[in-house]
Design a protein around this ligand. Sequence first.
Ligand code: HEC
Length: 94
Amino acid sequence: MTRFLTAAVFCLLPFLASAQVAPPGAESCGGCHGVPGTALPALSQLKSDQIAIAMADFRKGAREATVMDRIAKGFSEPETEAIAKWLAAREHRP
Ligand code: HEC
């Protein structure tokens, strides 16, 4: 039985990993980023580390910002990590 369950979990892992349920807040980023005709790049063009580091810098005030300092402060580090991973894993949009 245990063996069956282990096998079942392993078979499901790829599906769970690709489920792509957006972490809270992640879908709001696209309201500004990646909007055609604007200067902000789509976040899917960045690696998850780049997003997480930029967010941490905005939160600490180590990087100048007009709005991202306030947005970054709204998320904890684990929340930011989850958002960064989710955004970076999305299909690259033109
Ligand atoms: C209200 C518009 C707006 C929203 C919503 C927004 N951003 Fe931004 N983002 C900006 C602006 C403007 C900048 C440029 C820095 C600044 O002026 O604050 C930026 C810069 C960034 C950068 C740096 C990009 C680079 O090229 O280095 C990252 C990473 C980023 N945002 C992540 C996010 C994430 C993650 C979210 C969602 C949680 C988000 N942003 C939501 C407007 C927004």
